[in-house]
Design a protein around this ligand. Structure first.
Ligand SMILES: [Zn+2]
Length: 111
């Protein structure tokens, strides 16, 4: 009987050199990353590779550089920056910003 923690893991059978088949645990590959606001697929972010392979990559290969890169898509980023500029200019109060955008608007520093 396998360990209780092993029962839910994905397994495959691999043939050993002795001819016997051995059960091995396979880890899932990371899926596509999505925009935090609109759930659109993000570009420039690795997927379909082993998690270990992704970890070995350089930081710049793991995500694009720029504001909210790897978190928000470019369309949502434009909306957030525009809202942040309105707050900075005093046109809008921080409370008046859409609730789902508030977290990101706070992070933008307009200067
Ligand atoms: Zn988006």
């Amino acid at each position: 009987m396998p360990k209780r923690s092993d029962r839910s893991k994905k397994t495959k059978f691999r043939k050993k050199t002795s001819g016997k088949a051995k059960r091995v645990f396979v880890r899932g590959k990371p899926g596509r990353q999505h925009c935090a606001l609109c759930k659109r697929v993000l570009h420039g972010v690795p997927h379909g590779k082993n998690a270990a392979q992704v970890r070995k990559m350089s930081k710049t290969k793991r995500r694009p550089t720029g504001l909210f890169a790897g978190v928000l898509c470019s369309k949502c980023k434009v909306i957030v920056v525009a809202e942040a500029a309105k707050v900075e200019a005093g046109v809008k109060k921080p409370v008046e910003v859409e609730l789902r955008l508030q977290k990101y608007v706070e992070q933008v520093k307009v200067k």
